[in-house]
Design a protein around this ligand. Sequence first.
Ligand code: OOG
Ligand code: MG
Length: 261
Amino acid sequence: MAGADIKKIADYLVTAEKEKREAKKVTASLKPDLSVEEAYAIQQEIVNMKINEGHRIIGPKMGLTSFAKMKQMKVNEPIYGYVFDYMVINNGGALPFHDLIHPKVEAEIAFVLKEDIEGPGVNGAQVLAKTEYVMPALEIIDSRYENFDFTLPDVIADNASTSRVVFGTSFKKPEGLELDLVGSTLSINGEIKELGAGAAVLGHPAHSVALLANMLSRKGQKLRAGDVILTGGITSAVLINKGDYVTGKFDGLGEVSFHVV
Ligand code: OOG
Ligand code: MG
């Protein structure tokens, strides 16, 4: 795929994000035979554009890590994208609905690394040994595509639907925690909409970070000390609306909330 075409599709997706409107998926007409490799090249171009605009990466994120989502998408490997500083909303803070297209929320566990992690061959135990702390998070995904209707390459090109994130303000050392057994509920206006356990994420959220390190190693990249990593939704994503109060509760890790205004 020519550099000019990669740039054109990256522009198309960044414009949809900025103009807060749905776009037709890339494989609908712009590039019907888009490959996973080409999709990551488009994602990289989007990342470069954001960095050139002065935004800073806070860390990579994993997506489609739950067996339910992988089955739904008919894929057997998760995807990754990048979270930027402008996407972070304070715990208990406000999410302006008009900033987004058709946002959904999902409960996740985030890792903060104290050491670099370089694949291949990384496992969950090695990840835990290099983790400074873990914290609860709510990720707000906002696919730029109509009705969240996309193929695997489409969603990779769209930076894995990454849009906003709220991190909890209680940090826990991973030692002694059983993150696979951490139960989590996702409530909107006091009503539980989704629930699950950490094991929904590839059996254990640390496996997600390990797989991310191994996937990045194929490109000669690694995870870095200080990276804040979203490991993927424990729950399915739920549509949110103006006026909603959203709360995620995580056994032993604390609570995260925000208000859609
Ligand atoms: C892709 C993003 C998925 C997750 O945690 O699984 C994701 C999507 O479903 O739009 O962030
Ligand atoms: Mg997610």
